[in-house]
Design a protein around this ligand. Structure first.
Ligand SMILES: *[C@@H]1O[C@H](CO)[C@@H](O)[C@H](O)[C@H]1NC(C)=O
Ligand SMILES: *[C@@H]1O[C@H](CO)[C@@H](O)[C@H](O)[C@H]1NC(C)=O
Ligand SMILES: *[C@@H]1O[C@H](CO)[C@@H](O)[C@H](O)[C@H]1NC(C)=O
Length: 279
């Protein structure tokens, strides 16, 4: 009994203290970190963290701890990133409950983030990447690119590595695909990934021709059928189009004498019935 009362009192409390939604669209542009806030709730604060190139330890970015703003100047970690690339992530918090952390992406290429141009052709995407960047020159043979890809709206789970431009084949035509690129050093990704870019995979000429032939074929089949019906089966159409009258088996009982004034149409109806009654 007591347990039941306790449950009723405590359970709603637990539910009201659910962690906040994770921040969305976390982007870095020239050391300014920005994110979209949770639109539904107040009292949410955000904390940015960075991790250095050589460790998995995440450290709070100075001046970016428990801020209620949607942005934070992270230039204080610039000095720390001189010797290597840093990663950044942001976490939301409300009343001590923390959301999962979400990684930031970089809107522009820099020392630690690649620059790329995306082009789409029938069935494939090409991510154009330079072979001559500061990162690749510094790390010599052990560095390359990792290109993540996936259908728009899905997690970018597939990836392909390469020392320069990468082409991803066997993509579904007419679908939108997205990519994100990050530097890879030995087997470890380094620095901020690029923000996601998406492109529509165009349909190939041969596929378009096949579609046209199919549509043409269907029309060729359908036209003679319609023509036949119009020419020789016109009476059938007429019969189908005619309204069908069925007389009710039992006529409705005569309406009780109206007590209120009724519209004229009903009066006429009433007159007809009285004229038929035997006198
Ligand atoms: C924020 O929290 C305070 C106390 O914890 C509460 O009084 C206030 O209503 C909350 N505001 C919002 C918008 O949830
Ligand atoms: C960030 O802070 C640094 C140093 O305090 C300053 O030089 C820079 O202009 C700031 N950047 C932005 C975008 O406010
Ligand atoms: C690579 O880029 C650097 C600086 O942008 C340039 O000086 C150098 O000539 C380039 N090397 C090649 C092989 O293109």
């Amino acid at each position: 009994m007591l347990l039941g009362v306790l449950c009723i009192l405590v359970v709603p409390q637990v539910f009201s203290e659910a962690p906040p939604a994770p921040p969305q669209d976390i982007q870095v542009d020239n050391w300014l970190l920005r994110w979209s806030p949770d639109p539904d709730h107040g009292n949410v604060t955000y904390t940015a963290q960075y991790s250095s190139f050589d460790s998995d330890v995440w450290t709070d970015v100075p001046y970016c701890v428990h801020t209620s703003l949607n942005s934070c100047n992270v230039s204080s970690i610039k000095a720390r990133s001189v010797y290597g690339c840093v990663m950044l992530r942001v976490q939301a918090e409300r009343h001590g409950q923390k959301s999962p952390s979400v990684q930031a992406c970089s809107t522009h290429g820099d020392l630690c983030t690649p620059d790329f141009i995306l082009t789409a052709s029938p069935g494939s995407l090409t991510v154009h990447l330079s072979r001559n960047t500061t990162f690749l020159r510094k790390k010599a043979d052990h560095a390359k690119y990792r290109v993540y890809y996936g259908k728009k709206g899905e997690a970018l789970q597939g990836y392909k590595d390469g020392p320069a431009s990468v082409t991803i084949d066997e993509l579904q035509e007419g679908q939108r695909y997205c990519t994100r690129v990050q530097y890879l050093y030995f087997t470890r990704t380094e620095g901020l990934p690029t923000c996601t870019q998406c492109a529509l995979i165009p349909e190939s000429d041969s596929r378009r021709t096949v579609s046209l032939v199919l549509v043409g074929g269907v029309l060729l089949l359908v036209f003679p059928v319609i023509a036949y019906f119009l020419l020789f089966q016109r009476w059938r159409f007429k019969r189908w189009l005619q309204p069908r009258y069925t007389f009710p088996e039992h006529l409705p009982e005569p309406l009780p004498e109206p007590r209120l004034p009724v519209p004229s149409s009903t009066e006429e109806h009433y007159d007809v019935i009285t004229s038929m009654s035997p006198e």
